[in-house]
Design a protein around this ligand. Structure first.
Ligand code: FE2
Length: 281
């Protein structure tokens, strides 16, 4: 077995997006522009409505998937194809934007805590223009695997103990786990050796091996890029901790970004703007 080690530690950058939502950009900022196939990771957590109430009014996407995972609060989603729904705490919305979608993502609350993540996952060039699609699951549809001192919510992928998440995406074969560790507990999981992977600490502290063979401790809101290997071991601190473990198959294709469009070439990005502005989404 080849153990994955922490290769790079990223602290997110505070930024504002949508109509003025305060969030922390973890992937998709200068310190980590992407981690193929992951293009962006935003974390939001606030109990001040001024930070989130403006939401994300209608905006387009083309060429990739947006994955919204809510821990607290409620978000209403609507698109230009008539789809509408509310993401509830513990729920996931895995949206394949494909050839193009125009949607809004608005807080369905006037106050209280709003907490969650949005992850962007790239699509290979041959599938960027596929029809838009959704995989939506509420908290009760996401299995929790219980291990000693550990609870693993499996959103996507299959654990070494056989628990499979409801979301399927064979193009990037993603693993998306939400892991809670009791104090002083160790968690080991297998990953496909050459897939890219990261952990992001939600609460508490999580320790793992670094590339120099030492122990690295990650605090809340820190991300570690994991080096290649077929297994990863993470240790909780002296308090309960919680983190995301995410992995996926790299596409190894050119990435051309233009705001809400992610294509292979600049010409395709320009075409996306033209198609959107001429109402062809
Ligand atoms: Fe969006």
């Amino acid at each position: 077995m080849n153990t994955r080690k922490a290769q790079q530690v990223i602290t997110g950058q505070a930024t504002t997006d949508g109509a003025g939502v305060d969030l922390v950009r973890v992937i998709g900022q200068p310190a980590l522009m992407d981690l193929d196939p992951f293009l962006l990771l935003d974390a939001f957590r606030s109990d001040d409505p001024d930070d989130y109430i403006a939401g994300f009014p209608p905006h387009p996407h083309r060429g990739f998937e947006t994955v919204t995972y809510l821990l607290n609060g409620r978000m209403r989603h609507q698109d230009n194809d008539g789809n509408e729904g509310v993401i509830e705490p513990g729920g996931i919305q895995w949206m394949t934007a494909g050839s193009g979608i125009v949607h809004s993502e608005m807080p369905e609350q006037q106050d209280g805590l709003l907490e969650g993540f949005q992850l962007w996952i790239n699509l290979p060039g041959a599938h960027k223009m596929d029809r838009p699609a959704y995989q939506e699951y509420d908290a009760t549809s996401i299995p929790t695997e219980s291990r000693e001192g550990t609870a693993v919510k499996v959103i996507s992928g299959k654990t070494s103990q056989g628990t499979a998440g409801p979301v399927n995406q064979p193009l990037t074969d993603p693993v998306y786990l939400d892991v809670t560790l009791q104090a002083d507990t160790e968690f080991t999981e297998n990953l496909v050796a050459d897939h890219n992977a990261f952990i992001y600490v939600i609460n508490g502290e999580v320790a793992l091996e670094d590339v120099e063979g030492g122990q690295l401790t990650l605090a809340r809101d820190q991300l570690a890029v994991l080096g290649k290997g077929d297994t990863v071991t993470l240790r909780g601190g002296d308090q309960e901790s919680r983190f995301l473990l995410v992995a996926g198959k790299p596409l190894n294709e050119p990435v051309a970004r233009g705001g809400p469009f992610v294509m292979n070439t600049e010409a395709e990005v320009r075409q996306a703007f033209i198609d959107y502005q001429s109402g062809n989404f």
